[in-house]
Design a protein around this ligand. Structure first.
Ligand SMILES: *Cc1c(COP(=O)(O)O)cnc(C)c1O
Length: 306
């Protein structure tokens, strides 16, 4: 499998008068530009899993996600691109008509299988997985969000690509897989700030420590979670967040998504404004993608993201 045409992603400065006045340099690592369909961190997390799938001669990937999942979208696209059958176990009832994310997945020949929210909570139980094997045969099981050790490995490569000097890196956390890869990639250098997009993101701390340790056996202390920017929880939002995303696009010509990257850029701007970073600090925010989700978001909540 050749991925060399996909990476690296560009890194670009965010120019703004108030940032100059604060003497802060801010850069965005544009992983959203990696690939039109396997975008952002979902490509990073898939890369070594796909290599593993081929090495172990699987012909099917089975994975899990919500109805608007960036991960399901990317896996469906990867399945088509690399000739693998894909099965998506989706939380909740099948929506009629399908939302844009699931429609895309089905068009890419992903087999969608809907389960109740209760069932979804016990999706990794042996009995449930056994039932899936009886039904679908041999498959490579990719956890929700694509997060596992191979995903962490893929995300370390974001760090390898960075060719500007910096003091801080920041990214959005869902499962924490991406942050784990960034922490491992930094290997104790600089400072890492993770911004959970779910309420109660503190629990991620242990999760991330485990993911990093499973990857390279180390424990790092140069990172922490900034838990004040979830906006009420996963996929929750306020008018202020929506205005920020629309204004950011207008000023910087960069599209942010309302679930992940909008929240972290809002958080970074807010921390800068509050003087969290000392003068002269150089900050890199990772644009982890997620743009595919905007169509479904707008359909669901009215045309909020312009
Ligand atoms: C999935 C996703 C994340 C969260 O990544 P984790 O590795 O689960 O923490 C962040 N940003 C975007 C755009 C995503 O799609």
């Amino acid at each position: 499998m050749d991925f060399s045409h996909i990476t690296p992603s560009p890194i670009q400065p965010v120019e703004d008068k108030w940032l100059r006045e604060k003497k802060i340099s801010l850069f965005i690592k544009r992983d959203d530009l990696l690939h039109p369909e396997m975008s952002g961190n979902k490509f990073r997390k898939l890369k070594y899993n796909l290599i593993e799938v081929k090495k172990k001669r699987y012909d099917t990937i089975l994975t899990f996600g919500g109805a608007y999942s960036n991960h399901l979208y990317a896996v469906a696209a990867a399945g088509e691109a690399y000739g693998l059958k894909t099965i998506g176990i989706v939380r909740g009832e099948r929506p009629e008509p399908l939302n844009p994310t699931l429609r895309f997945a089905e068009n890419k020949k992903m087999e969608l299988h809907f389960i109740s929210r209760t069932q979804y909570r016990s999706k990794y139980d042996e009995a449930f997985i056994g039932g899936l094997q009886d039904r679908f045969g041999r498959f490579y099981l990719l956890p929700e969000g694509g997060t596992n050790t191979e995903a962490v490995r893929g995300c370390t490569e974001i760090i390898d690509e960075i060719d500007v000097d910096f003091d801080y890196i920041t990214c959005a956390c869902g499962t924490g897989g991406t942050l784990s890869g960034l922490i491992a990639g930094l290997d104790g250098r600089k400072n890492m700030i993770g911004i959970p997009v779910l309420k109660g993101g503190e629990y991620l701390k242990n999760e991330i420590q485990h993911l990093v340790r499973d990857y390279n056996g180390k424990i790092y202390l140069n990172w922490y979670l900034e838990t004040g920017y979830h906006f009420g929880g996963f996929a929750r939002f306020t008018d202020e967040l929506i205005d920020f995303i629309n204004d950011f696009k207008h000023r910087h010509k960069i599209q942010l998504d309302p679930i992940y990257t909008g929240k972290i850029m809002f958080g970074v701007f807010d921390l800068i404004r509050k003087g969290y970073f000392s003068e002269g600090s150089r900050i890199i925010a990772i644009h982890t993608g997620g743009i595919q989700g905007i169509a479904g978001f707008n359909q669901r909540f009215g045309h909020l993201i312009r």
